[in-house]
Design a protein around this ligand. Sequence first.
Ligand SMILES: Nc1ncnc2c1ncn2[C@@H]1O[C@H](COP(=O)(O)OP(=O)(O)OP(=O)(O)O)[C@@H](O)[C@H]1O
Length: 328
Amino acid sequence: MNVIEVEGLSKTFKFYRKPQGLSASLKNLWRRQIEYKEAVKDVSFSIEQGQVVAFLGSNGAGKTTTMKMLSGILHPTQGKIKVLGHTPSEREERFKKRFSILMGQKHQLWPDLPAIDSFTLCQRIYEIPTSLYKQRLARLSEVLSVSHLLDIQVRRLSLGERMKMELIAALLHGPELLFLDEPTIGLDFLSQRAVMRFLQQLVKEDNLTILLTSHNMADISALCERVLVIQNGQLIFDDGIASLQNSLGGLRRIHIESETPLHSDLLRRYGKVINNDIHRAELEVADGAANQVLQQLLNEIMIKDIRVSAPPLEDSLERLYSHQGQVA
Ligand SMILES: Nc1ncnc2c1ncn2[C@@H]1O[C@H](COP(=O)(O)OP(=O)(O)OP(=O)(O)O)[C@@H](O)[C@H]1O
């Protein structure tokens, strides 16, 4: 079953540019300079129930605008959207109860209240039966290790703790679909991992569908099976992570640890040297050549450890963006 269906989606913003300088500003009072920005252009895709999909693109590519249209915050200029069978821009109450949107840069909890008060408010707004509310709150706050912080004013919490509270608020009503826009922005490494592990668990246990934007590739690799890439408002890639990593040329990284010092001159004979730090080195080779290079290295070097991996996701994305004439 498709949870999200998008066809020919476009959004053009109309805005007024304010010219610099006093006289130009005065002239602008009579004749305002209208500009148009095509933020999303003719985008089509669908997402099945239970899928976790990364929505990637460089700054200003159109990710947040698309998410806002999917959640009904913005009206599309053109195109059709069905989310959980609803048209988001109609903003039906029944629809609002079935999804959640969490924006890492925009906090929704009241800073002067303890989180527990905002959660009680959520319970009323979403009409969550008390026993279910208590059960969910206990589970969420325990897994995210914030049970002891529920009655502290939100503004006194650390960024990571606050983000976890935001996540709880977004999940209390048991949404079937989650839009996450940079959910781990500003979080330290441990908090990022805790949030990602928790989301993985939710996907497994509750068959949640997630559309996630993040500039953090560790988030993407940990959680997502499929990647949508938007660039300049247009969808330029829609496939699995492995396919993104193989999309432009199919490369492999060979990580070597040796008993003896590694010389770049020798390594260069086998592939592109990404880094070389005396006893450790990383080589980039064509996918088809990886096995042969591995054998040759094992014959020529006193290997302590050797492994092959796909190139980092960042590299594949950079190549994809530059292929489209736009480097992030
Ligand atoms: N209200 C608006 N009025 C005019 N232009 C807008 C408006 N909102 C967004 N834009 C423009 O639309 C484009 C897409 O913006 P959007 O916020 O969707 O990008 P994004 O992919 O989420 O970027 P980022 O990764 O930086 O958050 C940008 O060029 C942005 O400046």
